[in-house]
Design a protein. Sequence first.
Length: 265
Amino acid sequence: MSALSAVAKNEFGMVAKNPLVFLFMGVMTVLAIVNAMGASGLSSHITGDVVEYLWNVNSITAGFFVLLTLCLGIISVSDERSRGVLGVMLTKPLYRRDVLLGKLAGIALFLLLLITATLVLFTSLLVVALGNPGSIMELVVRVGFFILLLFIYCCFILCLAALFSTLLSKGAALIISLIYVCYDWYSYGTIALSDPFFGGLLSFDPFYLYWKSFLGMDGEGLLSSSVPLGAWLDFSWPYIVLLILYVAIVALIDVILFNREGESV
């Protein structure tokens, strides 16, 4: 087993036992049940199928997953800086880049599984509540893309949390991360693309790319049965690719800074 995969496996196990994760799972389970109950009560007024109602699920889950990702990333990297390389590791040599990338990979894999389980839970309960799943195959594919988009955005947030944790203390990293996320989400709804300065920056903002991928050209996109999947993907794939590129760039910066910190010790 390589050093990187060994660190990832160890980090996956540690994250899975984190009390924050159990709290998060409990909150998501309650929200999924309440959301399904609300949908059931409104079923007589809902004309679309389950896909149409997943818009509500996106607004519920995205914010919670971003907060969880920030906490896990900051705790993991900050603790590693204070304790040094992992004492439980048996594979040698263990480079600092292996430690950081392994940690990010372990957390990312856990997030992927948690996002998948959460959205499957929300979707399954909605299918039971509404009784109108539409095309099962289309529902599965659209939820699959939903999972992918949220996962990619959470990977960006994870790498950003690692960046702040490398530069700052744990408390400062958490505060700066929250300020960034709050500003990012606030600016998306208040700054127009026509703004001579901020509008241009907004076009390349990761949160804008995330939402633009969802919305597509017509403002409905992925979570609208009336929009063909092919048409949505043709419009959205450049935004998705750019978001993935952001993840890679920030991860590379993380590795460079993390290695330099080790050289200066």
